[in-house]
Design a binder for this molecule. Structure first.
Ligand SMILES: [Zn+2]
Length: 586
């Protein structure tokens, strides 16, 4: 069963929404279910596991890459009196064995850590890899904002979808790999170990010399807008971040993502080609060495991306709709044959839809889509066409028996729209999802099908985790302003439709103040104190974040004297209740 909205709210009642969303990336509530016989898998995806095998590879003198310890790689660059580490894994647990492996190579201190971009699998093991050293932490200036946006604004739905895409809650025998890494080591038992960037650069590039290592950091928007690549001119080594790995790229992520600027991605690959690297060391999958092989790979990669973009736009301009364009756009044989363009992770058809959406939005152009029949009415009409619900079920079973699992899945969904408690329909849906999973080259598709199969049969419920496991140091480093600015998306518009209230918040320990103005279903947050508040809350940011994290309630803080209210306790209770924040004492 999918988790109910009530279950998610129940988990979140002590947490303000923005911080609760943080944990969407970090942990989960469900226990892994017991493993049945492993479902069949596509042989290409099985074979691709060799690309993700665990170990540290010395690419060239003093450049080592740890592969297969988690979802991402971590790269160690030795200098004269210290090392630089590029990307840091997804959790303390994923980073610890990497740290041990790096320590076995050199005991030189970590002078700098570089993040190629904000994604969790590159930043959440940093504190472990830094060890007792206090390295500079470098990123592009936009990484900070992206980090906060992802950590604070991302919704619980993104968490559930990410857990499906990476198959985090599949039993070991059922999960095969994640396409770009063996697994994502992030669950309710793991610890986020983020170090916030201490040094950033604006604009296109910066050049550094750290521990005798010359580094060029170059802004290279692509998989993310904040992406950079790292160029070591003295060693001919290029670290492309996630703008290259050995799979067709994830121009769209099914966990849910905003449009990725694919032409910007192509331009970033062209900037890499121009450098003529001798070694390409991506942050996922194994390195490529040899200037010609690197050039061919980068050129193929940029051509594949550009082709999908160009041919999608061409078809759009002809008037084709997404369902038609995905039937047309294919990689030509010479590109499709390249192992680094096989669709282990991203897929061409998903990318086509993303490009369409990026230019034209959700509307395909057919007027029939403008006000579609709701799901239940459509299911009832389908049953009517089939000759009743029993006949519809027979059609679904026949589709499954004929091996048309996609159609069986669609018909099972119609049956479940008619009766969500229909156990036979649930079994049909589960079987269809597992059958589809068995044929997928894309690990993302396989993991998503298998996880939703478990949710459908009721052996897995993904719920939004609480915040108890955020380490105090990481909580302390979070800007309170991000929590405040994330509040409006948690406002209950129905309950607040007749509420008009101005609340002023003062955080003396950080010298910040905010207005939260609730106006009949909308909350406006400003980073100034209001001139005529109905309610004033004075509380240290450190305490407010503990309240947001669910470590204590607002009223408990009030009783203890750690939070002061003018305007009435009742008004505070009423206000926080509108945002789903519990106020009862422990
Ligand atoms: Zn990554």
């Amino acid at each position: 069963m999918p988790p109910s909205a009530e279950a998610c709210r129940g988990r979140r009642r002590n947490a303000t929404p923005g911080l609760a969303a943080l944990l969407a990336l970090l942990a989960a509530c469900a226990e892994p279910p017991s493993a049945p016989a492993p479902p069949a898998a596509h042989p290409d995806l099985v074979a691709h596991g060799a690309e993700l095998a665990r170990g540290v590879v010395e690419v060239t003198a003093g450049v080592h890459v740890a592969i297969g310890y988690g979802l991402a790689n971590s790269i160690l660059i030795e200098g004269t009196d210290g090392v630089v580490i590029v990307d840091t894994m997804e959790s303390a647990e994923a980073a610890r064995p990497v740290k041990a492996a790096f320590d076995a190579i050199t005991t030189k201190p970590v002078r700098a850590i570089v993040y190629t971009h904000n994604h969790a699998d590159h930043v959440l093991g940093a504190a472990v890899l830094a060890g007792d050293d206090a390295p500079e932490v470098w990123s592009h200036a936009s990484t900070l904002a992206e980090l906060d946006r992802v950590l604070h604004v991302v919704r619980p739905v993104l968490y559930r979808r990410a857990m499906r895409q990476f198959g985090v809650y599949l039993p070991a025998g059922e999960r095969l790999n994640c396409g770009i890494g063996p697994r994502l080591l992030t669950d309710e038992h793991t610890t986020p170990a983020l170090l916030r960037p201490t040094h950033t650069f604006e604009g296109a590039r910066t050049e550094l010399e750290i521990a005798g290592i010359r580094l060029v950091l170059q802004h290279a928007p692509g998989e993310t807008p904040d992406q950079i690549f790292v160029w070591l001119p003295d060693r001919g080594v290029l670290l492309p971040g996630d703008n290259f790995y050995k799979s067709f790229p994830n121009l769209y992520a099914i966990r849910g993502t905003a449009y990725r600027d694919v032409l910007g991605w192509v331009a970033s690959l062209d900037a890499m080609r121009a450098l003529g690297p001798a070694h390409l060391v991506p942050s996922h999958t194994r390195p490529i060495s040899g200037a010609n092989d690197v050039l061919v790979a980068l050129t193929d990669y940029r051509d594949a991306i550009q082709l999908v973009h160009d041919q999608t736009v061409r078809a759009m301009n002809e008037g084709l709709e997404p369902d038609q364009i995905v039937q047309r756009v294919r990689l030509p044989a010479h590109l499709a044959a390249k192992p680094y363009l096989h669709e282990y992770y991203g897929r061409v058809d998903w990318s086509v839809r993303a490009v369409f959406d990026g230019y034209l939005g959700w509307f395909g152009g057919n007027a029939a889509e403008l006000a579609p029949v709701d799901r239940r009415a459509r299911a009832a009409a389908m049953a009517d066409l089939a000759g009743g619900a029993a006949a519809l079920r027979a059609k679904a079973e026949a589709a499954a028996a004929a091996g048309d699992h996609q159609w069986a899945l669609v018909l099972a969904d119609h049956l479940l729209a008619l009766d969500a408690a229909d156990g036979d329909a649930r079994a049909l849906r589960t079987a269809a999802l597992r059958a589809l999973a068995a044929t997928q080259v894309s690990a993302n598709a396989r993991n998503y099908y298998l996880t939703q199969a478990r949710e459908t049969e009721g052996t897995l419920a993904l719920t939004t985790p609480d915040l108890a496991r955020v380490p105090p140091a990481m909580l302390a480093a979070m800007p309170v302003g991000q929590l405040m600015r994330a509040m409006p998306v948690a406002l209950d518009a129905e309950r607040s439709q007749d509420v008009f209230m101005v609340a002023g918040f003062r955080f003396p320990d950080v010298g910040e103040a905010y207005t939260v103005h609730v106006r009949g279903g909308v909350a406006e947050v400003q980073s100034v104190f209001p001139s005529e508040p109905d309610l004033t809350v004075t509380v240290d940011a450190a305490v407010w974040k503990e309240i947001a994290a669910g470590h204590r309630s607002a009223l408990a803080a009030l009783v203890k004297g750690d939070l002061q209210v003018s305007g009435g306790r009742l008004a505070l209770t009423r206000l926080l209740g509108l945002f789903g924040t519990a106020t009862e004492t422990e």
